[in-house]
Design a protein around this ligand. Structure first.
Ligand code: F0G
Length: 462
């Protein structure tokens, strides 16, 4: 079925519910008490006190009947498990790299790769590094540089591929500091920039630049299937092509990948590092054995490898991807209609509300994103995530400066919530918008030296 054949306005969930997880209904008064009890840090809530959890799409999706069945095939042999080969073959069907190295999640693959390739004086460009990628680059003493196109920084710019790399800036960096660049990264989709896709044309241009400079290109491929769907929908000449075909074209641009299998492989845990270079693979496997495990299981159980292999088959389904991307846009469109400014166009896995625009009376260092996230929780039990000055405002030298944007991310777990759950979220947002004038900012009363958003304690500024 192509989009043109769809006769109905409603894109239904392409599955029905097979086993249910109860939600615990709570009252506003109760949630206010819980928010106060954790000093307004939503990471510190007991998840039973959350009604609709949009904190992340990572590992929080529902596995299918066939994934749970695959788990029963899990073989827990320490070395040479048949489950590894099932997993490897499923990965290589989409990403035909010679070496497939399982890890317990994406950041473990990043740590291994950058421990081998990074180091003081090195510089690693990307369209935009995700936080853990940046942290793993910087931990080795290397520098992480973001070179996304200008539209990628503008929440309102309606560009079809806002995750694209600025080719001219990449060329300049390679001309000026080529010696120091061990690898170029491309994050698909660009999570930190609003879940925005990268075009095949841009990936090919990046690949050409890398080849000319003799530099390997690696994908941070967490949301590769969503990115492929956007290519099929938005890129000239791609509409009639199959998703696996597009994914293999993406793979062919690069020399390897890091992956969090908690996203588009539909797992609750898992990741991998895949690459062609034999020597690099050997060095990575040595590090893998040190902290993750033997190369045929990495940090995973055999049953996890089976579930991921099955998830990789399901994630390329067009019925699934149509529903997935449409349901994210459904939420973004409804919020826009309520006058809530969001990053445009909607991303693949999440909707990002521009809290600075919604709450102009709250200055950045009184954390408008935090104020909005707490209000969404207290009003309707919806948990979201501040991506603004709480997350990025504290600098290594101890100074505090506003972040570039004050965003609140509503991330949508895969196959987990129904349209009525999302309609409820929209209604909660509507109620919050009606009281924005009453919302006040927060101040931090206690924070750790780094990654403060996870554990900082807040107090409302009355
Ligand atoms: N790269 C990207 C683009 C990601 O979004 C994430 C995780 C990772 C790497 C790291 O993978 O969690 O398996 O170690 N993103 C999650 C999020 C945590 O909420 O966006 P991981």
């Amino acid at each position: 079925m192509t989009d043109n054949d769809v006769e109905f306005r409603t894109v239904i969930e392409p599955f029905r519910i097979h086993s249910v997880e109860p939600l615990r209904m709570t009252t506003t008064a109760y949630r206010r008490r819980q928010a106060a009890a954790v000093d307004y840090n939503l990471f510190q809530l007991h998840a039973d006190d959350v009604l609709i959890d949009l904190l992340t799409d990572s590992g929080t999706g529902a596995m299918s009947r066939d994934q749970w069945a695959a788990i029963q095939h899990g073989d827990e042999s320490y070395a040479g498990s048949p489950s590894y080969f099932v997993f490897r073959d499923a990965v290589q069907a989409l990403f035909p790299y010679r070496h497939v190295i399982p890890t317990h999640q994406g950041r473990a693959a990043e740590r291994i790769l950058f421990q081998v390739l990074g180091g003081p004086g090195k510089v690693v460009p990307s369209n935009t590094h995700f936080d853990t990628t940046r942290a793993n680059v910087e931990y080795t003493g290397a520098e992480a540089v973001d070179l996304v196109i200008d539209e990628g920084h503008d929440p309102r710019a309606e560009h079809p591929f806002k995750g694209n790399m600025d080719i001219a800036r990449l060329e300049r960096l390679l001309a000026e500091r080529g010696e120091d660049v061990p690898v170029v990264m491309m994050t698909i989709t660009n999570n930190s920039g609003g879940g925005q896709p990268v075009s095949l044309e841009n990936l090919r241009a990046v690949a050409d630049v890398c080849r000319a400079a003799g530099k390997p290109l690696f994908l941070d491929a967490c949301r590769f299937a969503e990115n492929a769907w956007f290519i099929k929908q938005r890129e000239p000449g791609q509409a009639e092509r199959g998703i696996p075909e597009i994914i293999r074209d993406i793979a062919a641009c690069a020399d390897g990948m890091t992956m969090s299998a908690k996203k588009d492989s539909m797992g609750n845990i898992g990741g991998w590092l895949a690459l062609d270079d034999d020597d690099l693979a050997q060095r990575c496997r040595t590090l893998l054995i040190l902290t993750e495990g033997f190369p045929t299981y990495g940090g995973l159980a055999g049953r996890d490898l089976e579930a991921l292999a099955q998830g990789l088959k399901e994630t390329v389904s067009e019925d699934y991807l149509r529903y997935r991307i449409r349901s994210t846009a459904y939420l973004a469109d409804a919020l826009e209609r309520l006058g809530i400014p969001c990053i445009r166009p909607a991303g693949g896995h999440a909707v990002y509300i521009d809290a600075a625009a919604l709450l102009p009376h709250i200055p950045p260092l009184h954390f408008p994103g935090q104020a909005l996230a707490v209000a969404l929780y207290e009003t309707g039990g919806v948990r979201s995530c501040e991506i603004g000055s709480v997350m990025f405002g504290r600098h290594p030298d101890g100074s505090e400066q506003p972040a570039a944007m004050e965003l609140v991310r509503l991330a949508i777990p895969r196959r987990t919530y129904t349209q009525s759950h999302i309609d409820y979220v929209i209604e909660v947002a509507e109620r919050v918008v009606a009281q924005t004038a009453d919302l006040t900012g927060y101040r931090i009363i206690e924070e750790p030296p780094t990654l403060r958003h996870f554990t900082a304690r807040f107090a409302p500024i009355r």
